[in-house]
Design a protein around this ligand. Sequence first.
Ligand SMILES: *[C@@H]1O[C@H](CO)[C@@H](O)[C@H](O)[C@H]1NC(C)=O
Ligand SMILES: *[C@@H]1O[C@H](CO)[C@@H](O)[C@H](O)[C@H]1NC(C)=O
Ligand SMILES: *[C@@H]1O[C@H](CO)[C@@H](O)[C@H](O)[C@H]1NC(C)=O
Length: 332
Amino acid sequence: MYFFGFCVIFLGTFTLKINGQRPPAISNISHEQIKEIGGTAELYCSVQYAQEYPVLWIKYDHLKSQEVLPISSGSALIIRDSRLALRYDTASSTYTLQIKDIQETDAGVYECQIILSKSNKISAKVELHIGRKPIIHDNSTKSIIVSEGQPVQMECFADGYPSPKISWRRQNNEILPTGGSIYRGQILKITAIRKEDGGTYYCVAENGVGRSAKRAIEVHVESAPEIIVSNSSLSQALQYDMHLQCHIIAYPPPAVVWLKDGQQLPYDGPHYRISHFSTEDNTLDTILRVMKIEKQHFGKYVCKATNNHGSSEATIELSESTNPVCPPACGN
Ligand SMILES: *[C@@H]1O[C@H](CO)[C@@H](O)[C@H](O)[C@H]1NC(C)=O
Ligand SMILES: *[C@@H]1O[C@H](CO)[C@@H](O)[C@H](O)[C@H]1NC(C)=O
Ligand SMILES: *[C@@H]1O[C@H](CO)[C@@H](O)[C@H](O)[C@H]1NC(C)=O
């Protein structure tokens, strides 16, 4: 997709008609090539009605644009270089110049020529570029910490040849705040970031040469805690255990406590055990295990989460049931 169909054919300013023969011509030549250092390029040149004429591959030096290096004549190489090979296919009258282990100095314009006379020739050119795989610059965005509702701008700058195309994605192909799962462009703008926009973003630079470059950008959206309780009304029989759970969304990570009747519960006691599980960097599940329930353990429990953006709490009521509730009662 990065080949732009560069293929210029210069025809001499003459008409040729020798003894009723058809005039020689170059019927086909390679398109522009972009190859990495160490790669292999094959440049082909197909000719017609040129049996009686020398067919050459020559090279113009990129830097010293006037300098010309003859490479091959007919099916023979003129210069000795183990990286070069020439193939002639009789059926299609095609001269293919192969360049292996490409070096920086191989870049330039290669010309296929049919020499008609001292002053006349037919020629066509193909350019060989040295491609450089994409590199993402250090001045690209590395990570972001931003408050909910604020605007956000993420930037990604990359180098390479051809110039890399930049695109943005999210982890697991989640929908981007700009809509869709991919955004093309160096700068990704979000007008007002939401909590659900937080997570890992990827900037990807591709140019068709070598592997694409990728950078992960962590976006932390700061907000006051939000608590989700899936069941706020639980019951259990005496002497059994019950688990009370609050799901908290907050960044920075909040301090979490459980309360009963205004008293903070211990993390690890004869009847209570508190544990936290974090799945993503802005979510936390807190579980209060009430063990070997006695009468005084029934009532209202509060989970409370606090960070520098605010505080939030949720209530779960535990009441007595005549029969054990499974789970968790039935386990071992
Ligand atoms: C030129 O040669 C290439 C490679 O051999 C071939 O794929 C292409 O079809 C040819 N084009 C024409 C116009 O003959
Ligand atoms: C980023 O860094 C590259 C390489 O150092 C530089 O060419 C480019 O101008 C910089 N871009 C910005 C916007 O600073
Ligand atoms: C909530 O828990 C109670 C008792 O533990 C149970 O009977 C009820 O089905 C649960 N509700 C939901 C929505 O899970």
